[in-house]
Design a protein around this ligand. Structure first.
Ligand code: NAP
Length: 273
């Protein structure tokens, strides 16, 4: 994984300061909307078109740029960003095959190869969780870029560096591992919050009572490795508490998750339960 330096070469410097980067977007979902907002706020990026299949969703983009509801690009762009669901890539090939610019997707787990061979291909993966109506600070979001030649890497680096202070060059294999790590760190953790919310609210205790704990759990990673930060009955090998808590859980899925995570923690710290 290479950090693409945040200092621009003279060529890139000239490109950034003399040219506008023309971007066209496919997709109208969470990532498309967040990228669109970030691009609009940047004077050196012009969003020339947004295409998709959802007419209602396109109305939002249509206030500021051209749109097409047949998912067909008609405007010339330097970079075409494909921000659709991973499973839809093969279906979108018909809209991509003849494009002249650099075509990139925004997926963490999909290889660059999912894009048609007939175009210049790349990846522009912002490593963050994007949700409707949640503003994010793009300057802090790592943007993982990949392309098949150095001039396209430079172009993606230029675009990414206009948004973020943290641009990294990763290959498809590294990116899919990064995405796997992100699924554990974000998606699974959030599901555990959901379970915690159900348990606390069933006991008539507001979920926000647990907010300081959630915050400190994340904050302490600034100074401690996750291995050192672990606390709780499974790490201590506190068998009585573990049995009691397992009995307190009513749903069989939650019991299974509790048992599996307990086993993994105990094994990590050499506890025999
Ligand atoms: N959300 C995140 O946190 C996040 C972070 C980084 C990267 N990504 C990646 O970014 C990409 C987009 O994710 P997202 O979160 O923006 O997804 P999303 O909010 O679910 O939006 C998906 C978009 O794809 C379109 N789409 C789905 N199936 C389609 C099909 N068969 N034909 C045409 N269009 C189709 C949807 O159109 P309709 O509205 O008509 O269904 C919608 O515009 C994915 O590759 C994802 O892995 C997501």
């Amino acid at each position: 994984m290479g950090i693409v330096n945040s200092f621009l070469s003279p060529g890139q410097f000239l490109f950034v300061f003399l040219s506008m980067i023309r971007v066209a977007l496919m997709g109208t979902g969470n990532v498309a909307q967040h990228l669109f907002e970030a691009f609009l706020n940047h004077s050196q990026i012009e969003v020339v078109q947004v295409v998709g299949r959802n007419k209602k969703a396109l109305e939002y983009f249509g206030k500021s740029t051209k749109t097409d509801s047949n998912a067909k690009f008609s405007e010339k762009a330097d970079i075409y960003l494909i921000a659709v669901s991973d499973d839809a890539f093969p279906l979108m090939a018909y809209s991509i095959i003849g494009l002249n610019g650099l075509v990139v997707h925004t997926s963490g787990s999909s290889s660059l190869e999912v894009l048609p061979k007939t175009v210049r291909r790349g990846v522009f993966y912002p490593l963050q969780t994007f949700t409707a109506n949640r503003t994010v600070d793009f300057t802090k979001i790592p943007i993982c870029i990949e392309a098949e030649n150095s001039s396209d890497i430079n172009l993606l680096n230029t675009l990414a560096s206009l948004l973020s202070n943290h641009v990294i060059s990763v290959n498809s294999e590294q990116r899919s591992k990064l995405h796997l790590a992100a699924v554990f760190i974000n998606n699974f953790t959030n599901h555990l919050y959901f379970i915690g919310q159900q348990i606390s609210e069933n006991a008539q205790i507001p979920f926000d009572t647990l907010f300081p704990l959630i915050q400190e759990t994340a904050n302490k990673l600034e100074t401690l490795a996750p291995f050192d930060a672990q606390t709780g009955p499974a790490r201590r090998g506190d068998a009585k508490t573990l049995k009691k808590q397992l009995r307190q859980l009513e749903k069989s899925d939650f019991k299974e998750i509790y048992t599996l995570l307990t086993r993994s923690i105990a094994k990590t710290y050499g506890q025999k339960l």
